[in-house]
Design a protein around this ligand. Structure first.
Ligand code: HEM
Length: 506
């Protein structure tokens, strides 16, 4: 989904807003909004132009219909052509100002915590947990965000890169020399195992698998209808998600308690030299942060939000990079050459090191272009904390705003042939920096909520592509296509026929 659509919030969250909002909760909200007395003040008159569609449902059904087709773009294109880059619509129960304007998007991202705050439906907040990084605000958000960056923002650290290399290969080793796999499923296994390893240092095995089974039900809840009293309706998807959340949180709580006890027994601090720092997992970091002041529940919600945040996004990025490459043979050939060159120097068995990652310039072009075209997070919702003035408009306090990254990424004014996958467009010095600086490329958001996993995701996908192209060849097992509702992914999980390359070994 996207644009004003049911874009996946920080993560899949917006998508949840879409699916969930659409029916029940949203219908109620719509009703409420409909009967609320309308403001006719000057600020209301100066709202960006647009249409709020039908009573109650606004333009929600039009938006959803558009995102259920293979080409959702006309929904935004038509409104931008009619009203300009910032327009008003009414979706998911609320009047919403929609921005396809990079300058306004930049302003919104930077104003987080001041003129605007991020905004999620309560059904999503319940699944995430009140102390989730995605929901906290103000000073609490600042401290959690910087702690996350300390941990995730260092993918260069040798132990982390070694784990990524090893866990990617462990999954690929299980593929038969000639096999059909659903790439999306395999990518999800890799991503989940990696995140668990980073959080709590537990290797893939029965514990991780049973956690993953519950976790998948929890994720389904983000895309379901949050019936009122869902906890009393365990047969609904949302009810099952609530139950699964309890189990996932319980499993994490158990690990955290054990670690707390071990720490007490060891007499607290055990030094902090560089080597130990690099070996720390996220729980260790949390236990030591701020003099050990994080509560057990804070740590559980924090770990859970990291599991949610990186899972779907990184797995879909892996899958779509492979799909787009398969459909663009010249790009695939150039990528293979880049990675074969690395293997020619290192031999078949040496693990990847940071220097190798840094010598994958074309791979980075492929990743940028996949992010640009796929728009895994199509934009972010914010709510105005104050009247916001932009150009001739005033967006009143309390108004919902959607900053669409997709609308910018796919605009021909900003990118030539914007709807074509063309990784070569990123070649050349500073192309990426210039686009980020001009807010034309924001797949990871920006400002105080800039995705703390942005570098980690790139490293994981680079390592995955490296081992895939140097060890396998493949073709599509069946035709598959992109779908955009409730989130961007492929319809069938991208089944491919793999064959191990004769010149490769594990
Ligand atoms: C392709 C992969 C990814 C994409 C496209 C992506 C995108 C984003 C975006 C757009 C936001 C900003 C949300 C907002 O402003 O409201 C965000 C936030 C976040 N991301 Fe990512 N992300 C990715 C991978 C990851 C990974 C691997 C992790 C961690 C394991 C992660 C953790 C987070 C967290 C914790 C936040 C919330 C930050 C905050 O609210 O302060 N992400 N992500």
């Amino acid at each position: 989904m996207d644009a004003s659509a049911p874009p996946p919030p920080p993560l899949l969250l917006l998508a949840a807003a879409a699916a969930a909002a659409v029916l029940l909760a949203v219908a109620l909200e719509c009703l409420h909004a409909f009967w609320r007395p309308r403001r006719r003040g000057a600020a209301a008159r100066r709202l960006p132009p647009g249409s709020t569609g039908l009573p109650l449902i606004g333009e929600t059904l039009r938006l959803i219909s558009a995102y259920k087709t293979p080409d959702p773009e006309p929904f935004i294109d038509a409104r931008v052509a009619r009203h300009g880059g910032v327009f008003t619509t009414h979706v998911f129960g609320e009047r919403t100002v929609f921005s396809a304007d990079p300058a306004f998007n930049r302003l919104l991202l930077a104003a987080e915590g001041r003129a605007v705050d991020c905004s999620y439906p309560s059904s999503i907040a319940t699944l995430l947990g009140a102390r989730s990084l995605l929901l906290t605000k103000g000073a609490a958000h600042k401290r959690l965000h910087s702690l996350t960056l300390t941990r995730l923002g260092r993918p260069a650290s040798p132990p982390l890169l070694a784990h990524i290399d090893r866990l990617v290969l462990a999954t690929m080793r299980r593929w038969e020399p000639a096999a059909t796999v659903r790439l999306m499923d395999e990518a999800k296994k890799i991503t989940f195992n990696l995140t668990v390893k980073q959080l709590v240092s537990i290797e893939p095995g029965p514990w991780t698998e049973s956690l993953r089974r519950e976790y998948v039900k929890l994720i389904d809840g983000f895309f379901s209808i949050p019936f009122p009293f869902a906890s009393l309706l365990p047969f609904t998807t949302y009810g099952q998600a609530l139950k699964a959340r309890k189990k996932v949180a319980g499993a994490l709580r158990e690990v955290i308690r054990k670690r707390m006890d071990e720490k007490l027994e060891a007499g607290g601090g055990d030094g902090d030299d560089e080597e130990k720092r690099e070996k720390k997992d996220m729980v260790e970091e949390l236990l030591e942060a701020e003099g050990g002041s994080f509560s057990e529940e804070e740590m559980v919600d924090f770990c859970l939000s990291l599991l949610v945040a990186g899972y779907e996004t990184t797995s879909v990025l892996m899958t779509l990079a492979v799909k787009f490459l398969t459909e663009t043979p010249a790009a695939l050939a150039q990528l293979k050459e880049e990675h074969d060159n690395i293997r020619d120097i290192k031999g078949n068995k040496q693990p990847l090191e940071w220097g190798d990652y840094k010598s994958m310039p074309f791979t980075q072009c492929v990743i940028n272009e996949t992010l640009r075209v796929a728009n895994l997070i199509s934009g972010v919702f914010r709510r105005a904390n104050t009247d916001i003035h932009f150009k001739d408009y005033t967006i009143p306090k309390g108004c919902k705003i959607f900053a669409s990254f997709r609308a910018v990424h796919l605009n021909n004014d900003h990118y030539e042939n914007a709807r074509t996958f063309d990784p070569w467009r990123w070649q050349g010095k500073n192309k990426l920096q210039n686009a980020v600086g001009a807010s034309l490329f924001t797949p990871f958001g920006g400002g105080p909520r800039l995705c703390p996993g942005y570098e980690l995701a790139r490293v994981v996908v680079s390592v995955f592509l490296h081992h895939l192209v140097t060890r396998f060849s493949w073709e599509e097992a069946e035709e598959d296509r992109l779908v955009f509702f409730p989130t961007t992914r492929t319809l069938k999980g991208y089944p491919i026929n793999l064959r191990r390359r004769p010149d490769s070994s594990f």
